[in-house]
Design a protein around this ligand. Structure first.
Ligand SMILES: [Zn+2]
Length: 324
């Protein structure tokens, strides 16, 4: 059943095949009918969307706009199908464009980027392709979709009779946006801020071909920026809304500080690769979780390096880390 967010805006919940569980999407009951995030492809997802919309007196063909908060399958997978049924316009941050419209065209380039990251992280050669492929397993649950309008930091979008400001908050994903209504102080935080789990900052190449962005460092900065807005409520992409955003942000910072300290302790007096750090931290690296574990470890190493607590030494293709 849909949950009332504020007048004219409701949360609907759509199951996903992923470990994270169902995804929260948001829909207006005021014109133009606007859907924020979509769930994945698949019959179960489609049926859930139809049922949730029906409970609000709506159907898929009523949707005029689809806003995609970030380019992960649970948030955009079903968009193309919705567009076919409704002719809705699709809006998202410009960094998501290539990934949403033509993922296959950048596949080879991305594969090369991730194989290099694996090599630098000290992942044994025979495991690199498997770990790189595990990252893509979620793509099976998404379909490419054409973008009609690109969004940027500072843009204002009107829906549910309010003017929502776009905040570009990279971290969990490079093109992730949050939407904030300064009047009601409601924040739509999707996966940038979740109540019960920490969002994984996923390693990605720079969209403009610059150096690899330090996703965890960005995530921490932008998490603080959202807390500074002093939202009264953050409605999330998974699980429950957050009543006390400041407290959750403090908890997340504390978690990352403890994790960073644990990494410094693990390095000890040695030199260690990201792989040699991720294994004792997360256990044996296998399956789809392995890429995320490595990604998060690299995020913490970036952060520690920026703090001047560790330094990198490159030996052949592998980067080793030691205390400074
Ligand atoms: Zn998600």
């Amino acid at each position: 059943m849909p949950t009332h967010v504020i007048d004219g805006l409701h949360q609907i919940v759509i199951p996903t095949p992923f470990k994270v569980g169902p995804v929260n999407c948001y829909v207006t009951t005021t014109e133009p009918i606007t859907l924020i995030d979509t769930g994945t492809t698949g019959a179960e997802s489609r049926a859930a969307l139809q049922a949730e919309l029906a409970a609000l007196g709506l159907q898929v063909s009523d949707i005029r706009r689809v806003i995609i908060t970030h380019a992960h399958a649970d948030h955009y997978g079903q968009a193309a199908e919705i567009v076919r049924a409704s002719n809705a316009a699709v809006w998202t941050h410009r960094h998501n464009r290539v990934q949403l419209e033509a993922y296959e065209t950048i596949h080879a380039q991305r594969n090369e980027f991730y194989l290099r990251i694996m090599a630098e992280a000290g992942v044994p050669a025979e495991q690199r392709q498997r770990l790189t492929d595990s990252r893509r397993s979620s793509d099976r649950h998404a379909e490419a979709v054409k973008i009609d309008r690109v969004l940027d930091e500072g843009d204002v979008i009107e829906f549910a009779d309010r003017a929502w400001r776009v905040y570009h908050t990279p971290g969990h994903a490079g093109g992730l946006i949050c939407l904030f209504d300064p009047v009601s102080r409601v924040l739509l935080s999707n996966d940038h801020l979740l109540r019960d789990i920490s969002s994984n900052p996923v390693i990605e190449p720079d969209p403009d071909d610059g150096p690899r962005p330090h996703r965890l460092v960005q995530y921490i900065q932008h998490m603080q920026r959202m807390a500074d807005l002093e939202p009264v409520m953050a409605w999330t992409g998974h699980g429950h809304p957050i009543h006390d955003v400041q407290r959750v942000v403090r908890q997340r910072l504390h978690f990352h500080e403890r994790r960073a300290q644990r990494i410094v302790d693990l390095i000890g007096a040695e030199e260690r690769s990201a792989y040699q750090i991720a294994e004792p931290l997360f256990g044996r690296l296998s399956g789809t979780e392995a890429f995320l574990a490595l990604s998060e470890t690299i995020g913490h190493l970036d952060w520690l390096e920026e703090q001047g607590r560790i330094e990198a030494i490159q030996r052949a293709e592998v980067i080793y880390w030691r205390r400074k």
